[in-house]
Ligand binder design. Structure first.
Ligand code: N2P
Length: 347
């Protein structure tokens, strides 16, 4: 009797411990942690991936490259797929934070327009593949701002005090001020940077908020009339309010390519590759871009893109396009930029 009881007990202990071993490995193999920019995916891609691959995706968002970098540098190991911009890929490679991609696991690379491959920030796409691209500029309410808007000057006009929102982003905000002053947005010249700093300090009393993710909603609610923001976020807002207009100022601005990459510390590199490959499926890519309203670097997705979005992609004038710059790594000057930004924010 006693023996039989012990045998049953042993069996129960065995089953419980096997179940916990199995569920641990299940948890590791079947969970993908994605860390993306806010508002950078449609609603069906994640559930569709979860269903197709029988996995669970944890999805979290950030609103600047610097936030993403700080998280990784602070030792966060919970991310399997991230979406740094061009210059941030370069910085992360230098800091040895990225895992080389195994291209044999991403056959959909064939769908990517070669124009967006092999860029100076990642020669040979060893660590990254392009996800989307766009520009920074000004989104405004055309029913409130009746003058023609073609220059950064509106963002410094006291008439619009309390209605102006600037990106909460060191590279973009200081970069816009530098462009308005006629300098490169990658300037490391202390005198030029001092002028940009003074300009932003003079502007500060007019600024309602420094905001990135929320700016589009402030424009939609009418709390802001002029927002410094990225193209897709403003274009998405135009679908809800046709008074909203996006312009790239004539002095020039930033352009970017945001990319999929896998951190070195990722826990599930296999699934991370599968996810990147999934994002590059033509229909998936088109559905995402039809929603986020940024530009797609995926040639195979073009036939599935909304016509309005395709037109936006072709619309930019060559003169303005020539004045756009990619943000670049500032090297040693990063400290000076950060110091200036902190001083502006502290005003
Ligand atoms: C999306 C943010 C755009 C990213 N909300 C700019 N690199």
């Amino acid at each position: 009797m006693m023996k039989q009881f012990l045998r049953v007990l042993a069996l129960i202990v065995f089953i419980v411990s096997m179940a916990s071993v199995l569920s641990t490995s299940y948890a590791q193999d079947n969970v993908l942690n994605v860390y993306n920019w806010d508002d950078y995916i449609d609603d069906s891609t994640i559930p569709e991936f979860e269903e197709k691959f029988g996995v669970k995706v944890h999805y979290d968002v950030y609103d600047s490259n610097e936030t993403l970098l700080a998280k990784l540098q602070a030792g966060a190991t919970g991310f399997d797929v991230i979406f740094p911009s061009d210059y941030m890929i370069k910085i992360m490679v230098q800091l040895d934070l990225l895992e080389p991609l195994n291209k044999s696991k991403i056959p959909n690379i064939k769908n990517v327009d070669p124009l967006f491959l092999d860029q100076p920030f990642d020669p040979g796409n060893q660590y990254s593949l392009p996800y989307t691209w766009g520009t920074a500029g000004i989104g405004y309410l055309a029913d409130q701002i009746t003058e023609s808007v073609d220059s950064w000057s509106v963002m410094f006009d006291p008439k619009y005090s309390g209605r102006i929102v600037m990106l909460d982003d060191v590279r973009e905000a200081l970069g816009a001020a530098l462009k308005y002053l006629g300098y490169s947005l990658n300037s490391t010249n202390p005198d030029e940077l001092q002028q940009a700093k003074e300009l932003l300090i003079r502007q500060k009393p007019l600024v309602k908020a420094y905001a990135s993710a929320q700016a589009e909603y402030m424009l939609l609610s009418g709390d802001a009339w002029l927002i410094h923001n990225w193209s897709g976020d403003v274009h998405r807002a135009t679908l809800e309010n046709s008074n909203i207009t996006y312009v790239v100022p004539k002095e020039g601005s930033s352009k970017f390519i945001d990319n999929c990459a896998i951190p070195k510390t990722a826990q599930n590199k296999e699934l991370a590759h599968a996810f990147i490959n999934f994002l590059l499926e033509p229909e998936v890519d088109a559905r995402i871009h039809n929603h986020i309203r940024y530009m797609s670097p995926n040639t195979a997705a073009l036939p599935y893109l909304d016509e309005a979005l395709r037109n936006t992609m072709q619309k930019m004038s060559p003169e303005i396009a020539a004045k756009l710059e990619y943000i670049e790594d500032l090297g040693q000057a990063t400290r000076l930029w950060d110091k200036i930004w902190t001083e502006i924010k502290a005003q």
